[in-house]
Design a binder for this molecule. Structure first.
Ligand SMILES: [Zn+2]
Length: 135
């Protein structure tokens, strides 16, 4: 899957005609979060309690467009041989409304937090934990 640095503007130029593919969503700018890739450094740390669980729940409740093809977790998959994968796989996004912006994260972002110590940007964490999905 393609790498996008955190908090860069969301663009998806090759997907003409899909209104959710543009850089805006519900009238605000969309920023990338969690589009990690093997070989690219990413921020690590101890996430706040409930972050991973909330993100995993959002993978069901905040599912957005099927997008950017199938992607497997780049770390879990790489441990396997012959290209077979029994790691997590995703094909959709989570969209979260923040304060004046929205965030588009891969469905696997909760897995990245839980298993690979990914620490998303603070404003994204705040938006996730203040959503009604957090409990
Ligand atoms: Zn993994």
């Amino acid at each position: 899957m393609t790498y996008y640095a955190d908090l860069t503007p969301y663009t998806y130029d090759s997907d003409n005609g899909d209104p959710e593919a543009s850089g805006t969503w519900r009238g605000v700018e969309v920023l990338n979060v969690g589009w990690l890739r093997r070989g690219k450094r990413y921020p690590k740390g101890a996430p706040p309690p409930k972050l991973a669980a909330t993100l995993n729940r959002m993978a069901r409740t905040h599912r957005a467009r099927q997008t950017r093809g199938f992607h497997d977790c780049p770390w879990c998959t790489s441990r396997l041989f012959l290209g077979r994968s029994d790691g997590p796989r995703a094909s959709a996004e989570i969209r979260v409304m923040g304060s004046g912006v929205a965030y588009a994260a891969p469905e696997l972002v909760g897995h990245y937090v839980e298993r690979h110590r990914y620490l998303p940007p603070a404003e994204f964490i705040e938006a996730v934990l203040s959503s009604n999905t957090a409990s």
